[in-house]
Design a protein. Structure first.
Lengths: 206, 206, 206, 206
């Protein structure tokens, strides 16, 4: 259907809007994994508290996934502010990123249900690693195909692209840790976004 | 990834669109908590009516949450009409607001299922209180970081920010009431939006 | 929070975007009511066909609701093309419309599960009637508060507003028919959108 | 409600936004079909791996549907870049396309649950065929009603419209194959998007 020069998706507008939609839905669907616990005595506050406490890993996995997807959303927008033109390669790498992120609710549910199972934790880590790598490929593709705005510094882009591998490396580490010591994988999942968000807020005034 | 001055999210456009998406999804997902009741006699109108009547607390919790989220959506837009610039702090406070609001379906389901349980009611109140406080922090952050449009009156902003604490205070009261008299918490949940909406409609012509 | 004249929602842009989001979600969530049937012999085509045939009322209720919500979406946009300004009254009437339409999946599920039960059919009709009345109130409110564009003909608006009561009247009739002869209510549900869509396509060239 | 010349939906803006919303939701809802498997030994990695392996057809059907909907989304946008004006016919053909695509989660779930059942596979193929035909009717309608931009080449549009029948023909073939050899239908489902995506990426630089 490359019938006309106008057919190619030129600006990032629609791709951003579609990605926004997907990420907004992913981040909101996560709550559907949290089911109201069954109470024997409907009005018993103690039993309800105990039932909520038993859902601890589910709440934690919900919170983690929410924050991870939110970070991807923030980074996605920062990236597209640098991009002037979208070609087919970037379009499909972006769809790969959305595929990974829209799959997140499944491993989220697994680690919430089986917090001590290495396979669920490794799957959670690998899905985030895939998303991180897809995003990194977007940075690289945009550089090699000159998709950035004219004023964007090539050195800065190269630095950001290199830094973008830190996330996937940490997720790979978490996938390995899951099989050695599941708790360590959980701690790492908690530290990554905390580190990221604090760093962001720290640079807020700049 | 602060590679370039253009990287910072300057205008509120994308943040509003993403928030719109999340709130539209939250408000629409609420209906998934309402499951078709099981009928022994499929064509029996009397049994169906009785089954729907038994779902009363679920319908009520659905209606309450819908209206609360709608009010947050209206206020969110009013706020962003005053804002000229979004910095990292405001971005993450907004994500905190979305986290609280996208969690709403869980306590909504709890109070619908166990309308007399203090823990569910208190959780519902605390989630709304968290959303209200996150929103209030957004007002304060925008003031202290000069994010408002030039023409916005500082006195009016200060008054609105102070008024914005009434909601969280009422939610805190509801959380306490839940443990004393659950019905009083329900009444308070019903009165807050009614008061808000009527006040709004009353000022429609201004 | 009426701190500033710029606070009032002036144009219909954001309200339309939010309504679009809600209606897109409602129309897409409907499919979640359709559950894969259980098959005793997983590879048996005959059993699968019989199981799908047994889901007939569910498919039909899915199709009906999809078309009804789509018609509301089309009409919603036609309306907002005439509107220049949104005030608080119109904002909250629009939220009432969204409340009714986002509730549609519940009665859709009921009539799919219990196609012969008068209560489900009447509830389905009453929810659509409420949506139709909310929409009609929007037309009236916009007229009495001068929210239309300058070039919009008052006579044409008055005619459209009067015609807008035909839908709610037919839904009310369906609610009554449900208790007399459920099948007649189904037929009426099928005729209303067919009539509407054919009329629309007929006027496509104008 | 054709009260005013401004009532007709002129540009494709809102229709694209609404379609974006529906497709983003469909593509994200697919993950809800993937349920956490039940494990007897919560921490047993071997059992978890075996349980995930047993979900193989579900993962595959998820992946296929994601890619099919993504391709429709890409094509939808390419099409609307050629379109200057939307009339009622195009509007309702687009709604027919959305109806078919928003139904995709149901046959996706069926082929994931019963990968060897001809009926599920044929239904999956027929739903995609319907979407492909609706989309092809949109191309034809836009041509016969002069809805394209002035600069769009009629020959190129005619070629693209003819090429647009390849997809539906392949889906029809898959529906037939499903009853002869289910595995062949699966292979065909896998080959169609692979072929499409590779062709796209191959023409990325043009």
């Amino acid at each position: 259907m490359t019938t006309h020069s106008a057919v190619s998706l030129s600006g990032p507008g629609r791709l951003e809007a579609f990605s926004d939609g997907v990420l907004a839905i992913v981040i909101t669907l996560l709550v559907l994994e949290l089911k109201t616990p069954h109470l024997v005595a409907p009005d018993d506050a103690r039993e309800a508290l105990a039932a909520l406490a038993a859902l601890g890993p589910k709440f934690l996995s919900y919170l983690l996934s929410f924050v991870f997807v939110a970070i991807f959303w923030v980074n996605h927008h920062r990236f597209f502010r640098l991009v002037q033109r979208v070609d087919n390669g970037l379009l499909w790498l972006n769809i790969l990123l959305l595929l990974a992120l829209s799959f997140v609710p499944f491993p989220t549910s697994m680690i919430g249900e089986y917090p001590g199972n290495a396979v669920g934790l490794a799957l959670f880590a690998l899905v985030l690693m895939t998303a991180g790598l897809a995003f990194n490929l977007m940075w690289r593709h945009a550089r090699s195909h000159q998709l950035y705005h004219a004023g964007v510094s090539p050195v800065a882009v190269a630095q950001a692209t290199a830094r973008g591998l830190v996330g996937p490396a940490l997720y790979a580490l978490a996938a390995v840790l899951a099989f050695v010591l599941p708790l360590a994988a959980w701690v790492l999942f908690g530290v990554i976004p905390l580190f990221y968000v604090l760093q962001r807020i720290g640079s807020a005034g700049k």
